[in-house]
Design a protein around this ligand. Structure first.
Ligand SMILES: [Zn+2]
Length: 383
């Protein structure tokens, strides 16, 4: 996430803090100072927030460490004013795994609460809430007792079935085993949005602006994740050959083509990246729009394709999974198009647009999946 910086690392997971978190600290220091009229009040309020977010961090590690055990890679945990966010490489696929990963977070708070209550009482805390939070707790014991209470709040709040809060994820996982991932996500995110609206109103009317802010994040989080799941499910199982531009519609060039000929193709056609094949039809490289455009502005403009083409271009098999492999290799290579091969022979090209089109159209009846067999704009490019 932009604007975050690393403050530590544990079990291969970077711990980051977003800069806006310091706005929250400053805000509470100010409130503490106003309420008590002293620096002690400001310091106490700041300490409460820091301690609260340490518990939030442990909660996130609960999710992340269980996910790691299930083989999911975790990049980082970021602390934001609205809570913690774990950055997972992928989400658990099986509903049972999602439940395990999700329950682990609130479980951390359920374990922490009695520990804080116990140690607080041992240190002489009276089992009550402080009358005024920011004029000081009187004792360390009372402060710890209050942290116990905050952990109860964290556990309870996160278990509210307001997707994407933990409770909502558990609800989704329970529904998913019966209704499938898409229906389950749709229902849970609708429930999440209802809760978000309620939180927003309660926050606004009650003057609890942090709650109102959390509500906004829940609302958009629910919407965004529902869309993502729908798209993933709809395009599951599509292979590269389902959407690629097939060979007859892909214009190729040879290393001996002149630069002028390629430039002509770019200007008069729709294709921007060209596979380079030798006389025997073997793929030897690729020449992309970027190289063609760069060359157009340099004295090299009259050189042949051989001098300009990229060699060692990544290729993809026509049978490879469209999203898992096709999109990943496209993104990693930074290319806009990939030559598609079958047994080392060029059979077509897969472009970023092909992948985008597939995710827009969603599931296609098997017989219609070959988008390229239908009349598309690509027609004009196949000369
Ligand atoms: Zn959680």
């Amino acid at each position: 996430m932009g604007g975050s910086f690393k403050i530590g690392r544990f079990s291969g997971i970077d711990v980051k803090v977003h800069w806006t978190f310091f706005l929250l600290l400053a805000f509470f220091a100010f409130i503490g100072y106003q309420a008590s009229g002293s620096a002690v009040g400001a310091l106490t309020a700041t300490l409460v927030i820091v301690a609260l977010f340490l518990c939030v961090l442990l909660h996130e590690f609960g999710h992340s460490l269980v996910a790691q055990r299930l083989g999911i890679e975790i990049h980082s945990i970021t602390l934001l004013p609205i809570g913690g966010v774990s950055n997972f490489e992928s989400l658990p696929e099986k509903p049972a795994d999602e439940v395990k990963v999700t329950v682990a977070g609130p479980l951390v708070n359920v374990v922490l609460a009695p520990i804080f209550f116990g140690v607080g009482l041992l240190l002489g805390a009276v089992p009550s809430m402080p009358a005024d939070l920011f004029t000081g707790f009187g004792s360390v014991g009372q402060f710890l007792f209050y942290l116990g209470y905050l952990n109860v709040v964290l556990a309870v709040f996160n278990l509210i079935p307001a997707f994407p809060l933990d409770g909502g994820r558990i609800l989704r996982a329970l529904l998913a085993s019966r209704l499938g991932a898409v229906r389950a996500t749709d229902i849970s995110s609708a429930v999440g949005q209802l809760f978000a609206l309620a939180f927003f109103l309660i926050g606004l009317l009650g003057g609890n602006f942090l709650l109102a802010l959390v509500a906004v994040f829940i609302y958009f989080g629910a919407t965004g994740e529902a869309q993502m799941v729908r798209q993933q499910e709809q395009t599951r199982g599509l292979s590269v050959s389902d959407v690629m531009g097939t060979k007859p519609r892909t214009e190729t060039v040879t290393p001996d083509h002149t630069f002028g000929q390629v430039l002509d193709s770019v200007i008069h056609g729709y294709q921007e990246d060209f596979p380079v094949v030798d006389e025997s039809g073997k793929l030897v490289g690729m020449i992309t729009r970027d190289e063609i455009m760069a060359a157009a502005h340099s004295p090299q403009r009259y050189s042949s394709v051989r001098d300009l083409m990229k060699t060692n271009v990544p290729t993809i098999s026509s049978q490879a999974d469209l999203f898992e492999d096709g999109l990943r290799i496209l993104q990693q290579s930074g290319l806009r198009a990939l030559p598609v091969t079958e047994n080392g022979e060029l059979v077509g090209m897969l472009t970023i647009e092909d992948v985008g089109q597939a995710s827009l159209l969603g599931p296609l009846p098997r017989e219609m999946r070959r988008l390229d067999d239908r009349a598309t704009s690509r027609e004009t490019a196949s000369r």
